[in-house]
Design a protein. Structure first.
Length: 195
């Protein structure tokens, strides 16, 4: 089974939701136009309105049903309790610093990785980013709580991490540099095509 990456899904959903939003805006415009008419709308004209609303609901729900199998993390979240990860990565964060098991963390493509991230003091975020700045995945990391993320990397490359939650002014230097941003932390290898 071929899964889409989060970036491919973002592009697809941007188009789908733009079309969906334009349809909804047209519905509101149509409704507003009918409110401004001097003559009352006959009740038979309202039937297409409710049909239109049913179409919007069916389209929105249908979109999610038909894309369910293309989204790689949905089935993993639903059956998570049954999944044994191929690799476990334990990470601790305290005083605005990552404590990583190794650098870089090497991962084989298409394996299930369990990120176990523990905060010793504040609320942080754990975000994995591509080189172009787009996000692969993220989670909130709360102190004294279980914070874990199960992820399958279906794309190869080198990825960076940073906190996706504001954790106070100590996260940034005086010149505004994100001190929790660490380059080239995760290296995913083994994709078809030699990457």
């Amino acid at each position: 089974m071929s899964f889409a990456t989060s970036l491919e899904l973002l592009k697809f959903h941007a188009v789908a939701y733009t079309i969906y939003a334009l349809i909804i805006v047209s519905t509101v415009a149509w409704f507003g136009y009918n409110l401004t008419r001097k003559e009352k709308v006959k009740s038979i004209v309202r039937i297409p309105f409710y049909g239109y609303m049913a179409f919007l609901v069916a389209g929105g729900v249908g979109h999610h049903i038909f894309t369910y199998n293309a989204i790689p993390w949905v089935s993993e979240d639903i059956t998570r309790h049954e999944i044994k990860p191929d690799q476990v990565v334990d990470i601790t964060v305290a005083d605005h610093k990552w404590q990583l098991p190794e650098l870089p963390i090497k991962i084989k493509a298409h394996t299930k990785v369990f990120f176990n991230v523990q905060s010793k003091d504040l609320v942080y975020g754990f975000g994995i980013f591509r080189k172009d700045g787009s996000m692969v995945t993220q989670m909130q990391v709360n102190p004294n709580h279980k914070n874990d993320l199960l992820w399958t990397f279906n794309e190869c490359g080198t990825f960076d991490i940073t906190s996706t939650e504001y954790s106070g002014p100590k996260q940034y230097s005086e010149d505004g540099k994100d001190l929790m941003y660490v380059k080239d932390v995760i290296v995913v290898e083994g994709c078809k095509g030699g990457a």
